[in-house]
Write a protein that binds this ligand. Structure first.
Ligand code: HEM
Length: 165
């Protein structure tokens, strides 16, 4: 082997060794993320699988938790207003969704009735939230507390009928 051939072979070997990590770095396995896609967060899938309905119900729940101690006297009432508005918004977003349980209801007609009844239940909840806003604006603590109690009943009745919990 001439000196020149040996040098050529050596440089070829060196180039291959240097480019290997680059090549494997660009290789895509099936199911890899595409460019710009976010990596899945640890323990993520459950979080990402949560329905729009459940996510917005969580907002209503947070509001309820904060209102529990926020409707006790007149001075507290103004701070309750933005909370009630966020609950109203969330309730609207829930209302236009379809409960996951609908999939298990047999027959098209029964499914349609189930969704309609869910929607009517959510409209009732929206009405209660508007009544709560009215009571708070009027500084009516007693009325606000009564409506708050009604919201808890609505949650119980709604979940009894439309969830599998
Ligand atoms: C103050 C009233 C309410 C609160 C605080 C509330 C809270 C919640 C919460 C926290 C969840 C999520 C549960 C989970 O995924 O573990 C949920 C789910 C659900 N709620 Fe409510 N809820 C209320 C009223 C209602 C009403 C009135 C209805 C029906 C008319 C209803 C129907 C549902 C349904 C169908 C789900 C399951 C989500 C899905 O199907 O994707 N909720 N709710």
């Amino acid at each position: 082997m001439t000196r020149n051939t040996l040098l050529t072979l050596l440089s070829l070997l060196l180039m291959t060794a240097l480019s290997a990590p680059l090549i494997s770095g660009f290789a895509q396995e099936p199911g890899d993320r595409t460019v710009g896609e976010k990596a899945q967060e640890p323990g993520g899938p459950d979080e990402h699988d949560e329905t729009v309905l459940a996510k917005n119900m969580e907002t209503v729940k947070k509001g309820m938790r904060r209102l529990r101690r926020g409707l006790k006297d007149q001075e507290q009432l103004p701070a309750a207003l933005p909370l009630i508005l966020s609950m109203q918004e969330a309730a609207h977003l829930c209302k236009v969704e379809i409960p996951a349980m609908t999939a298990g209801v047999e027959g098209e007609e029964a499914k349609a009735t189930f969704v309609k009844e869910y929607r009517l239940g959510m409209i009732k909840l929206q009405g209660q939230l508007l009544d709560l806003e009215t009571a708070v604006l009027n500084g009516d603590v007693a009325a606000a507390q009564k409506i708050f109690g009604g919201l808890k009943d609505a949650q119980e009745a709604g979940h009894e009928k439309f969830t599998e919990e």
